[in-house]
Design a protein. Sequence first.
Length: 232
Amino acid sequence: MRDAIDEVDWSAVPGHPDWYQPEHAARGLRALADAAHLVQAAEAGSLLGGGGIVHGHSGAVFPAAAVAAPLLLGIVQHGHPAAGETALGLLDEALSFRPLPGYTRVLPPHGAAVPICCVIADHVRARTAPLSRMGGTGKALLADAAEHWRFDVRESVADGDDAAAFGSLAGRFPDVVGAVELNVAGEFTVLDRVGLEYAPQEGSAEACLRVGGRLPGDLPPGAVLYPAECGL
């Protein structure tokens, strides 16, 4: 775990210079990975929550939280129970806190810039099985991550004046849909007429969205849709 933490150049991760403290991210993660009791876990959590990956007093989350998410999830699975609980709490804060203007997105290894919360949610969903076995706290984190849904377009066809987009849905598509962000090769468009045509069946992620007033060419294969509020 320490090797993975040390491989990251935390000072190179973008963050507001008046708020983000990369040394807190590095020291806090190392300390949390090594924590052997509650006091050590709490001290590590204070570093991470005091400018390392979030700033608890102001309710701000930094891009470093998305980089730290898989490391925190590793601590949840393999670290001391107190460290795991601290990591779960930090992940929950990172999902709910707001990013500072100019630092709302991160660039994944492949693809366009993605909202911080949505990257974290993807990492959380990748650990669904172990988190489901960790009681109420793990299940609560999964439920919070589900609110940050994403839809990956596989193909689109015309349906009257609308487009029907077929693809995979991760997370929970809301009953009442607000604005939706369409990300096509890094170009962002806000849509206001998106609905769930059919939901995934159990054991499958396949779904269909109806996008009002759009042509199939507006939703090419590889396009991704997110809640627009996540990218603000």
